[in-house]
Design a protein around this ligand. Sequence first.
Ligand SMILES: Cc1cc2nc3c(=O)[nH]c(=O)nc-3n(C[C@H](O)[C@H](O)[C@H](O)COP(=O)(O)OP(=O)(O)OC[C@H]3O[C@@H](n4cnc5c(N)ncnc54)[C@H](O)[C@@H]3O)c2cc1C
Length: 459
Amino acid sequence: MVKERARILVVGGGYVGMYTALRLQEKLKQELGRGEAEITVVTPEPYMTYQPFLPEAAAGAVSPRHVVVPLRRVLPHCRVVVGEVTAVDHAKRTATLTTLATQEEGTGPQQLAYDEIVLAPGSVSRTLPIPGLADYAIGFKTVEEAIGLRNHVIEQMDIASSTRDPAIRDAALTFVFVGGGYAGVEALGELEDMARYTTRYYHNVKPEDMKWILVEASDRILPEVGEDMGRYTVSELRRRNIDVRLGTRLDSCADRIAVLSDGARFPTRTVVWTAGVKPHPLLAATDLPRDERGRLKCTPELAVEGVTHAWAAGDAAAVPDVTAAEPGKETAPNAQHAVRQAKLLGDNIVRSLRGEPLQPYSHKYVGSVASLGLHKGVAHVYGRKIKGYPAWFMHRAYHLSRVPTFNRKARVLAEWTLAGLFKREIVSLGSLEHPRAEFELAAGGKPSDEPSDDPKGSS
Ligand SMILES: Cc1cc2nc3c(=O)[nH]c(=O)nc-3n(C[C@H](O)[C@H](O)[C@H](O)COP(=O)(O)OP(=O)(O)OC[C@H]3O[C@@H](n4cnc5c(N)ncnc54)[C@H](O)[C@@H]3O)c2cc1C
């Protein structure tokens, strides 16, 4: 039994944050009901994003609302606070928090006291000081970015279709993706597939008019599915006329010209940056120990090393991989580990509150599945290499079984079923991002949110 009222603070509402809170809620139901424990989840968005569905959301195969899980609905016994933790003073057991309300009131950040803290802010895009990158590129980690990119790609096709200037047309139809991991390859595969399909509704844009370019600094892509399947993915993408450039870096995208390290230059209005992630910068604003890459150093039990009452998992944590053949290895930053770690983390916090021994995290990575567009995929699971339609089907079946809540599973399945019966959705609702523009114009003002042609702010 938990003796005193335990205040558990969960920082982050992603995979680790949501699944840890769910587990705690389930295990501490009685204590929560009697007020003997409380769980607070702080998250910048009131939803968890199922990131593996972002490429399908960008392609229009899954609607944006079904890629996210509303935290207030799945965590009815937790206090969900929409805000950001900006610092943690673990010695004093306090977190500094800004919320929409504190910003509105102008009162400055709040201090939140806790007894146990779970740090799960995940990772952020790892960028480099490349000229033009901050001004023109877009990442692919959030549902807003995925939908913004979909709208942007379709808008570029509209621009290409209506301009008389060949230079504008060429730049509009050139799409550069930097980084050949999951996010980059799946996003490119799905968007190219969607755009190729969409050309049938344009009288003057043909699939061969578009240039899709994948730039990868190392000599392989999709390391998650192994070397052979990575090679297959390169040949599959090239067969689709996608220009895959291995051993190549983006040197600049200033003035909307992508300049590559092999000397190639592509005028373009679309640069998607998916060249890896780094631990969330919040971790540097804590007094907790970090490794050389900036992740929190954890024990196999998912406790932060050298302190008590602090826990971490997922992309933000360096967790020893006890299943690895060589010592010193850590679990990779992926959803497979994040979900499993979160469940154990919830259990271990309860064990610690009850004075019971903790269990170590042990899971052997079983492999990966990736989608490369409708009916195309690649997988390497339990040592078996699968490609084409079976891999794509496996990808869908796996993620359908994994997407949280029965409600989301049913909605996604319904969407896929309907998509099989009807034609693909090709609409771009970019104007949703500027809902006041038309009224401002009608009211005689100048639209403050004027659409721009870069994928970050627009369309
Ligand atoms: C496009 C894409 C596709 C992917 N596909 C796969 C796949 O197919 N298979 C796979 O295994 N993995 C995949 N991954 C990786 C996987 O999604 C991550 O490894 C996983 O999300 C990590 O979980 P996490 O809880 O550590 O971080 P996240 O799920 O990113 O959660 C972090 C949470 O912390 C919140 N947060 C951030 N800052 C603060 C703050 N200051 N205060 C409070 N909260 C904060 C964030 O808003 C977010 O809710 C994919 C990733 C991407 C981007």
